[in-house]
Design a protein around this ligand. Structure first.
Ligand code: PHE
Length: 338
């Protein structure tokens, strides 16, 4: 049986030499070393040997197995190396056009924010950012919003804790900036705001605002008017008209809501402006002295204006989009149009 084993080893080595491919070498390996291969077949016959020969044959069989295994590994390794070097098999036509990855681009809301930032930067406004998670102090108290104001209700603001909430307006950034800097101040602050509104074509529980704040000696309502008019003409076009309606915000006095002539119908009246020819785009006013008091500014010396606009609303008016949800659904048929 020993002679037979040596013969098998010899035969396996010869067969292996002739193998031209990994597949072939693998076939030969199975034939000799596989579970039902020739070597195992012989090992299976050990019990038929006389007792005193079994151990030595077993040892020899193991040695042959190891040696063969080694030869197969080496051969398979060599054959697979040859394969990758082979020009025939690996021919790669470098003149073929590549696969172009789909290019993304900025989201229309980010594009709108960028455009607005650019217009205000030409007017000398720097860009500031504030946190999206706030305390009641920044979202309400410092902004002169009293504890019984409806916006402080659970229905109107997302509370995370008794005192901690998702900001419902970017006016919070006014406070952060004025606490850190003294006048003159000229900033805009873009960012996300959150309100537990029922989602429909005009409402979303998260949307974007851009806050504006200018504080210095002698800043007047006419400065507010001219800055906003320059902005509206730069953003919507020279023919746009603007009107200021008296309004109320706790953190500005006097306050105004600002409309532009409807950019969809040109002021003739359509479904977007509900036939009026005007659409509201922002809230604004002169900074209330109580807000200056909260940040330690001298309201006898300084005056300022603030405004806050809804970015989605402005983008919808500019592009004639009739449903705010389109911005957040990640539908490429919509997004790729921008
Ligand atoms: N924060 C107000 C809102 O969310 C907008 C506003 C900002 C009004 C600044 C006046 C001054 O409705």
């Amino acid at each position: 049986m020993q002679a037979k084993l040596i013969e098998i080893q010899h035969q396996a080595t010869e067969d292996l030499k002739k193998a031209q491919s990994v597949e072939k070498a693998e076939q030969i390996r199975v034939k000799y070393l596989g579970r039902k291969g020739l070597v195992n077949e012989l090992i299976g016959k050990i019990p038929t040997l006389p007792l005193d020969q079994r151990a030595s044959f077993g040892q020899l069989a193991n040695k042959v197995k190891n040696e063969l295994q080694q030869s197969f590994s080496e051969a398979i390794q060599q054959l697979s190396a040859v394969k990758t070097e082979s020009f025939e098999e690996e021919f790669f036509d470098i003149s073929l056009p590549g696969i172009r990855p789909p290019y993304g681009h900025k989201h229309p809301i980010v594009q709108t924010i960028d455009e607005i930032k650019e217009i205000f930067s030409k007017l000398g406004f720097a860009v500031a950012y504030g946190p999206e998670v706030e305390t009641e102090y920044y979202n309400f108290e410092a902004l002169n919003i009293p504890p019984d104001h409806p916006s402080r209700d659970d229905f109107d603001t997302f509370y995370l804790d008794d005192d901690v909430l998702l900001r419902s307006q970017t006016s919070t950034v006014q406070i952060h900036i004025m606490q850190k800097q003294s006048p003159p101040i000229r900033i805009i602050a873009p960012g996300k705001v959150f309100r537990p509104d029922t989602i429909d074509a005009r409402h979303s529980s998260m949307f974007h605002q851009i806050e504006g704040l200018m504080v210095d000696e002698g800043v007047s309502f006419s400065d507010l008017k001219s800055v906003l008019t320059i902005f509206a003409m730069a953003f919507f076009g020279k023919d746009i008209k603007m009107r200021f309606r008296p309004s109320f915000f706790p953190f500005t006095e006097p306050s105004a809501e600002v409309d532009i002539s409807c950019s969809i119908c040109g002021g003739k009246g359509c479904s977007v402006c509900k036939g009026s020819g005007w659409v509201e785009i922002l809230g604004a006013g002169m900074v209330d002295p109580n807000v200056f008091k909260a940040v330690g500014y001298d309201s006898e010396k300084y005056t300022g204006f603030a405004f806050g606009m809804g970015v989605e609303r402005i983008a919808m008016l500019k592009h004639g989009i009739d449903d705010i949800r389109l911005f957040f659904e990640n539908d490429l048929r919509f997004l790729s149009q921008f």
